[in-house]
Design a protein. Structure first.
Length: 534
């Protein structure tokens, strides 16, 4: 192909393509968009890399062959849609950036608005696109202390890129203006106004504009007479609606999310009769509830077949008369109209997360094809609260309630997670690479659906190969489920389903997909070790 191209493994179902520059990245992105290999799930371009996730290891091998055989010289970025953004240039750092660039304020505005920008790749939030200029002007340093809140619609410069903040968020870029156009709106068929490969032109205007807030995520329904569903009496800990997630949108800044222990949710859905394409509510499967440890209480409105899987809980049902009866986990049971199900913490019982499935599935609004709650981006239903009413869809005729399905064997005292080294293992000393697999790590108390924070002896980084001090920071690149990212503290973070789409810290290894269900059940304080696969 006559250019630098290196393919690095990212676990067992993804690969990272390292390229010479952003132009090559955009060429590969254009190639994959027009010649999508079978089994491609997500494509996440970044400044120098493209992360490609596959549906299976076999599909991944085919994707790698396609990339190695691609003629990127003939796949330069196609001209996408032209998006014009009316912009008031009155940002807080406009004068500072103009002085840094040696252009003056008017010169900076003319440079920024007098050319087309190309959407290269998505950033830290849904709809945030890194825009690259036709004519480079100035490299703008990020703020030493990021703002805690940047208003929606803020036009900004950071490094050699420009961008528009799609919603209120923290941010460290220099603000030079604002626009009233919504960059991310879930009410649109395609929520992102700007897609990778699109062209953007900023049109200066003088009048003040009001920023239009993007559409909010759907709220949980309010119970009305005649409804059929579950009323939340007590939400428990970190209880969210989850299905199997929304794959395919990582290139727009939206992670897959979904149940952390996918096998447990699938098992619960099979038991209540939600198995099979006729009743799974789409490719993401029927939606249920994910809860931590216990404390959740639900009242049936109408009668329902329910099953609870996972760990660390016991169940009891309060009849309408007030009498209590115990029900087992991993078994489908009938929750009659007016009865209440209580999920109790069970100290000493292994597991951390439990999953409740109901026959028909929770009928909350879908966002981008999934009913999953993504806590990082705020996509999907809000976290469950007392008083919420969760509608349940009717089970289609012909669906059959399944048999009891015991969970996996009781785990050992120390959980072993298998991983594929890299893609950035060479950023760590040989001693640290060995220490990573030889020591026992403890799951930290700050762990959540975004990732497991591990406590132990910190790992030491080193610059790879011939890298210089100027290369001491890794440019942001795509992150996948199971990535073990190591920040400057040296203490790893194992990314779970709500992880950010991109990250700037090196990944020493990626846990294989088959072991992520085990990782989901690790509670704070539990011990874990990592075993490398060849």
């Amino acid at each position: 192909m006559g250019q630098h191209l290196r393919i690095l493994p990212v676990g067992d179902q993804a690969l990272l393509v390292e390229l010479a520059d952003l132009t090559a990245v955009m060429a590969l992105q254009a190639f994959l968009a027009s010649n999508t290999p079978a089994g491609t799930v997500d494509v996440v371009p970044a400044a120098r890399t493209v992360l490609v996730t596959a549906s299976s290891p076999r599909a991944l091998a085919g994707i790698e062959r396609a990339i190695r055989g691609a003629d990127l010289s003939a796949s330069r970025q196609a001209h996408g849609t032209l998006v014009t953004l009316e912009t008031v240039y009155d940002g807080a750092e406009l004068a500072t950036v103009a002085q840094l660039a040696g252009m003056g304020v008017q010169g900076l505005v003319e440079w920024h608005s007098g050319q087309e920008w190309t959407a290269a790749f998505a950033g830290f939030a849904p709809g945030f696109m890194y825009l690259t200029p036709e004519v480079a002007g100035v490299s703008v340093p990020r703020r030493a202390s990021p703002r805690t809140a940047v208003p929606a619609g803020s036009v900004a410069l950071g490094g050699e890129f420009s961008a528009v903040y799609p919603g209120p968020s923290p941010g460290g870029w220099a603000l030079i203006g604002r626009t009233n156009q919504s960059l991310w709106d879930l009410s649109r068929p395609v929520p992102a106004l700007i897609q990778p490969g699109d062209r953007v032109r900023f049109a200066p205007v003088r009048e003040m504009v009001t920023v239009t807030a993007s559409a909010a995520s759907p709220t949980i329904a309010v119970h009305a007479p005649g409804d059929h569903g579950l009323r939340v009496l007590a939400p428990g800990m970190q209880t969210t609606v989850q299905d199997l997630g929304r794959a395919g949108f990582a290139g727009l800044g939206v992670t897959g999310s979904g149940a952390l222990d996918r096998a447990a949710l699938r098992r619960a859905n099979r038991m209540v009769g939600n198995a099979g394409s006729a009743v799974t509510q789409g490719a993401s499967g029927a939606a249920g509830l994910e809860t931590v440890v216990g404390g959740m209480s639900l009242q049936a409105v109408g009668s329902h077949v329910v099953a609870v899987t996972g760990g660390a809980v016991t169940l009891s049902v309060s009849r309408v008369s007030g009498q209590l009866r115990g029900v087992p986990t991993d078994v489908p049971f009938l929750l009659c109209d007016g009865e209440s199900l209580m999920v109790h913490a069970a100290p000493g019982v292994p597991g951390f997360r439990s999953y409740l499935a109901v026959r028909g599935g929770l009928d909350v609004p879908a966002v981008l094809g999934s009913r999953a709650t993504d806590l990082l981006s705020g996509t999907g239903p809000a976290q469950i609260a007392a008083g919420d009413f969760l509608p349940v869809a009717p089970a289609p005729p012909g669906s059959v309630v399944g048999f009891p399905e015991p969970g996996p064997p009781v785990p050992d005292a120390v959980t072993v997670l298998h991983f594929v080294p890299g893609p950035r293992a060479d950023w760590f000393t040989t001693t640290s690479q060995a220490a990573f697999t030889e020591q026992r790590w403890s799951v930290g108390a700050q762990s959540n659906r975004i990732g497991l924070r591990l406590e132990g002896t910190p790992l030491q980084r080193e610059l790879p190969g011939e890298a210089s001090a100027a290369d001491s920071e890794l440019p942001s690149e795509g992150m996948g489920d199971g990535a073990i990212q190591v920040p400057p503290s040296g203490l790893p973070v194992l990314f779970l389903a709500d992880h950010p789409v991109t990250g700037g810290y090196p990944v020493i290894g990626v846990v294989v997909r088959a072991d992520l269900d085990k990782a989901a059940q690790l509670a704070p304080g539990q011990a874990v070790t990592f075993r490398a696969l060849p």
